[in-house]
Design a protein around this ligand. Sequence first.
Ligand code: HEM
Length: 198
Amino acid sequence: MVLGVAGYAVFVYSFLPLGSLVHPEMKVSFMANKIGIYSHIFASSVALVIGPLQFSTKLRQKHTNVHRWLGRVYLGVGILIGGVSGLYMSQFAFGGLVGKLGFASLALLWLYTGLSAYLAVRRGDISEHRKWMIRNFSLTLAAVTLRIYLSASMVAGFEFTKAYMVIAWLCWVPNIVFAEWRLRFNIAKNKALQRASG
Ligand code: HEM
């Protein structure tokens, strides 16, 4: 799915005229903010493609340097450039104030979780680094969930403007809640295992 969304985005925004496949109002804001939208799409796609590789235990253990370098590109290009440009583009987002706030909150949390993951690894706290990266990548996956909900809402025949407003939040809130729940569930499970093994 990440390859599908990133591949689609890179292909469409490299070879088709800007805004050809989006709502006409979105096209207007994209045309007026070409640097913002292009840097957002290409940088964010880097995060989407690199992200899953970073969770491979094999890669981390056998090729630690590759994990480090991919991590720098993920955070420096994907999150920093993709997040700042996403935050910038959120002021023009479709879906009214609710839509704009949805994307702006997502961008701020994306940057915050990325920075927290970076600071944790710099101070050598691998366990915290892992937790922040799980939270961060659950937000990166908003690019995938957004497109799933958007397609579903079109099939269901929902009005685009209203659906987009809801999806600006729906694309990431359940993701981060699920990530947080998994992290807490795992911590509770590990504690129970430790207690059981004495
Ligand atoms: C997770 C943080 C992200 C934020 C805050 C964010 C924010 C935004 C905003 C505000 C827009 C403009 C929408 C509008 O005008 O209504 C947009 C469009 C777009 N974003 Fe993101 N985005 C994020 C992640 C990603 C990722 C990871 C990708 C990777 C492919 C991506 C690809 C796109 C594309 C392709 C568009 C253009 C609309 C389309 O063709 O569907 N975004 N994003």
